[in-house]
Design a protein. Structure first.
Lengths: 678, 37
């Protein structure tokens, strides 16, 4: 084989048959070589197979290692039970098991050490709250970014245009570089959290560690494995940039995500044990079944909710980074690249945001199923007002996303055709948003109560119920999807012969879906609350249909479309970048808010109905105090984040990739894959 | 005409979805309609 840049050239195999068009990676000059086409293809396919095979072996070995703690579980139980067998009933699974652990300690206020710090920080709970929140922020970020890297790197490999492929590769590399510093911060905050637990809540931590001991060991090992994979992935980027090694590199990202997600699921089991304990009897004694301990009622709903939530959050943070870089860019090339980076991040964040409410509904449904009282405390009692704040923040997310999309249309000539739709979209979103945030009952003075005529307003009080809110949130999601469909069409003129049919299908689908959604929302008023819950499922199905079918029809219609001009990356308003910041800060605030709600629903229990919290701080704070702590946490996190961004900038010396659209040479067909040369 | 056809198509589809999921959850689509009117 012939090489154009010596042995280290990164070249792309472009052709089929015996003649291969090679594009030199450095000079972008095409040249041809002769080779046995089938042979090259076979080698390339063989490399893919080997890469997947190795990945499979590693994956299976890893999963097998996860089963190990299940093995000694029975042995431990039998050993412990040898002298005198005592059996007890699982508090959740209601199965009988051999008692293999100690009961929860009976604590008094004196058993809880005090930090002795002045002000609110003298309360141990606030310290744990803040440290755990910071750890969770960074943990979420470093778990989400590898998911994006995996997707973006794969997109880069599969894209046929070598210039665009390289651009995606660079983007994934940039993402992982940002998360590298965040990874260290996560580990430091994790250490700080453990020390805080040991020093401030020693008895509770000892109890939790006695139950989850094997999982904590696995957690530590997984952390090591993830760190190793992350460093290999990051530092091996340039060395593993072509051919078989590139596939191994992409496989490493899959492996890293397997480690990361498992790590998160283990940590989730500790949180869910506190909310909905299982695997222990009513005295808190372990019954020898580790699977029950892990698989509590809320474990899987929380896992799904957190994975999706992390992706939204990670996308938001990277979008904020891109906005920060865009605003501080001095050249047009940099502005163009960071504008594109912001768009991709925002797209990933919003794509993850759309299923998030449904995961949230599932979690809430399971909370209600586990203990109805917990659900009522959350959504209809003590913590209900915090859900109104949540509604405002979620509304802000949808508004910011749609605002950004319409600002993004400024990059495209021909987009002005769709400007007239903005007012309708804005109207629908505002109407839905107002319904979405209307509270059911208001805290009022006696005179206000008298003026209104009761606890609920005679008209807007009707919008405070769940039936109206289901309709409102689905309307907001549908409107966001419509905005995205318009964005996709902004600089294109559809040329397919079935354009009229396609438009009719799209317009009528969204129209009928919206009407059906409102109809189900109205229907909900006529039926009992326990039956009404079931109506949310067809509403969700309608929205998901529009998302999947609507985008599919739109993409099919855009095939062979005439471009009214290229996307002029970098030519976007500065306001749009602040929308990205607003998006990211809203995510951060939401996480703080919902994390507090989830945790404080336990009220005066360390572990619900098993381990009572007898500390002096076993009370629920006022909404104002809680909101201040949350906001302080958000502020601290963003100061940390700016530090991480700044550090990331220190190590950036390479030029950003060009965003100018480059067409492949006329004679050169599109590349099959990114390949090496010999 | 093509729009009317598309609206009918999607109407039938979404109503079928409603019917199906109500049936799965034991809610009864037609009972609901009768209860409203």
């Amino acid at each position: 084989m012939q090489l154009c840049c010596g042995g280290n050239a990164n070249c792309f195999v472009l052709g089929h048959g015996n003649i291969h068009n090679i594009v030199c990676y450095r000079t972008s000059q095409p040249f041809q070589i002769e080779a046995g086409g089938h042979k090259v293809k076979a080698i390339v396919n063989g490399k893919k197979v080997w890469s997947l095979f190795i990945l499979g072996i590693i994956g299976i070995s890893f999963l097998a290692s996860l089963l190990l703690p299940m093995l000694p579980a029975q042995v431990l139980a039998q050993e412990a039970a040898a002298p005198a067998v005592e059996k007890a009933k699982d508090v959740y699974y209601k199965t009988e098991g051999i008692v293999a652990g100690s009961p929860v300690p009976k604590l008094t206020a004196k058993d809880y050490p005090k930090s002795g710090w002045p002000g609110p920080m003298g309360e141990s709970r606030v310290i744990i709250w803040s440290v755990a929140q910071q750890h969770l922020y960074f943990g979420s970020f470093v778990l989400a970014v590898p998911i994006f890297c995996m997707i973006i790197e794969l997109v880069g490999i599969l894209i046929k245009d070598p210039v665009v492929s390289k651009r995606y590769d660079n983007l994934a590399h940039d993402f992982i570089r940002i998360s590298l510093t965040a990874y260290s911060v996560t580990a430091i905050l994790g250490g700080l959290l453990i020390f805080s637990f040991i020093t401030l809540y020693p008895d509770f931590f000892r109890y939790l560690a006695s139950l989850f001991r094997p999982f904590m060991h696995i957690y530590a090992l997984l952390f090591l494995a993830e760190s190793g994979t992350l460093y290999l992935y990051y530092y091996g980027w340039d060395r593993m940039s072509e051919g078989f090694l590139k596939w191994v590199h992409a496989s490493l990202s899959v492996l890293m995500n397997v480690f990361g997600t498992t790590l998160m699921m283990l940590a989730n089991s500790w949180s869910t044990f506190m909310m909905s304990p299982a695997g222990v009897d009513e005295q808190g004694r372990f019954l020898g079944n580790f699977w029950h301990l892990l698989h509590s009622a809320l474990w899987n709903p929380l896992n799904v909710h957190r994975i999706i939530g992390n992706m939204v959050f990670g996308g938001g943070i990277v979008a904020a980074y891109a906005a920060y870089k865009f605003l501080s860019s001095r050249t047009q090339e940099e502005k163009a690249y960071y504008d594109w980076m912001g768009y991709v991040s925002m797209f990933l964040a919003v794509a993850s945001l759309i299923p998030l409410p449904f995961a949230g509904y599932w979690l809430m449904r399971e909370v209600y199923a586990y203990r109805q009282q917990m659900g009522i405390t959350l959504m209809g009692g003590l913590l209900a007002w915090l859900f109104i704040i949540q509604a405002v923040l979620i509304g802000a997310l949808f508004f910011a996303s749609v605002y950004y999309l319409f600002n993004g249309m400024e990059r495209m000539r021909g987009a002005e055709r769709y400007q007239r739709y903005i007012k309708y979209i804005l109207f629908m979103m505002t109407a839905a948003f107002l319904v979405w945030l209307t509270p059911h009952t208001l805290v009022m003075k006696a005179s206000e109560l008298k003026a209104i005529g009761g606890q609920q307003h005679p008209i807007i009080g009707n919008y405070g119920v769940m039936s109206a809110k289901n309709g409102a949130v689905n309307t907001m999601i549908l409107t966001t999807i419509i905005a995205f469909v318009l964005y996709q069409r902004a600089n294109k003129i559809i040329t397919v012969r079935w354009a009229t049919l396609g438009n009719a299908l799209l317009v009528s689908m969204f129209g009928v879906a919206l009407v059906n959604n409102w109809w189900l929302a109205i229907y909900g008023y006529y039926i009992p609350a326990n039956v009404r819950v079931g109506l949310s499922v067809p509403q969700v199905m309608g929205t998901l249909t529009c998302l999947a079918v609507g985008c599919a029809i739109n993409i099919a219609m855009l095939r062979g479309a005439k471009h009214t001009g290229p996307v002029e990356w970098g030519k976007i308003s500065v306001r749009s970048q602040y929308a990205l910041f607003a998006l990211a800060v809203s995510f951060t605030w939401l996480m703080a808010l919902m994390g507090y709600i989830r945790s404080s629903v336990r009220l005066f229990w360390h572990s619900m109905e098993v381990f009572r919290d007898n500390s002096p701080w076993a009370f629920t704070h006022t909404i104002g105090f809680a909101a201040n702590v949350m906001s302080l946490n958000v502020l601290v996190f963003w100061i940390f984040c700016l530090f991480v961004f700044w550090l990331g900038e220190l190590s950036t010396h390479k030029a950003v990739p060009s965003m100018a659209e480059q067409k492949a040479p006329a004679r050169a067909p599109q590349p099959a894959i990114a390949g090496g040369s010999e | 005409m093509i729009y009317v056809g598309a609206i009918v198509l999607w109407f039938v589809y979404f109503q079928y979805i409603d019917y199906l999921f109500m049936k799965i959850q034991g809610l009864g689509y037609f009972t609901f309609i009768r209860s409203v009117f």
